[in-house]
Design a protein around this ligand. Structure first.
Ligand SMILES: [Zn+2]
Length: 219
């Protein structure tokens, strides 16, 4: 399997003692939230941290859906994201499958993705779960984000520019853009910055800075 990210999925492995705990957790109703109530609780924490560190590494400390920078963001901003939701019966046993996990920001996970599964084309086909083709959105592990979007993000003092350019012919880019309302994250868009600059004489410092930044981006 081609993997667009490093470390690759194949580089990841649980230790024997971690697998023991995972096996016990999977026998419960909510494996991901399972608390062993003994010293194995520490192993559960280590497992979750290990998953988070691994996926942050693959996505260069960014949300796998909106590219928000999560480096050092901590518990209140970062979600270990289950692509096929762990709360949906058929997917419960995938709670610790590294290919079904990613790291996202709270906004993408809690506000938009939630427990939706309509982005899965064939929900019953178990054999298709590890295939990019079975997902309408950009999968954090089976799709290369940069083949679907050019993401621009620039901050300078009080000015922010952010844009998601959907690459031509990418249905996944269109779908992901709508699914996560990425339009709502585009601020001081390059076109707008220039438009404002052209409409008004005597621009504020912020608008001038935005225009200058946009020019730096060749927009
Ligand atoms: Zn996000």
């Amino acid at each position: 399997m081609d993997d667009a990210y490093t470390p690759t999925l194949e580089d990841f492995a649980f230790t024997d003692s971690e697998m023991e705990v995972i096996t016990a957790a999977l026998e419960t109703e909510k494996p991901w939230d399972w608390k062993a109530g003994d010293e194995r609780d520490e192993t559960v924490k280590i497992i979750k941290k290990k998953i988070e560190t691994f996926h942050l590494g693959r996505h260069k400390d960014q949300c796998c859906y909106c590219r928000r920078h999560l480096g050092g963001a901590g518990y209140f901003m970062i979600d270990r994201e289950h692509v096929l939701p762990k709360s949906v019966g058929a997917f419960r046993l995938l709670s610790f499958e590294i290919w079904n996990l990613g790291v996202s920001c709270k906004r993408c996970n809690m506000q938009y993705k939630k427990e939706r599964i309509d982005f899965v084309i064939d929900q019953a086909d178990e054999g298709a779960r590890k295939s990019s083709h079975n997902y309408r959105l950009i999968h954090p592990n089976f799709d290369n984000y940069e083949k679907h979007f050019d993401h621009y993000m620039l901050q300078k003092n009080g000015v922010t520019l952010q844009k998601f350019t959907r690459l031509e012919g990418s249905a996944k880019a269109e779908y992901t853009y709508d699914f996560f309302n990425l339009r709502g994250l585009e601020v001081g868009s390059f076109d707008e910055a220039q438009g404002v600059a052209q409409q008004h004489q005597g621009l504020g410092k912020g608008a001038l800075e935005a225009r200058s930044l946009a020019e730096d981006f060749g927009q």
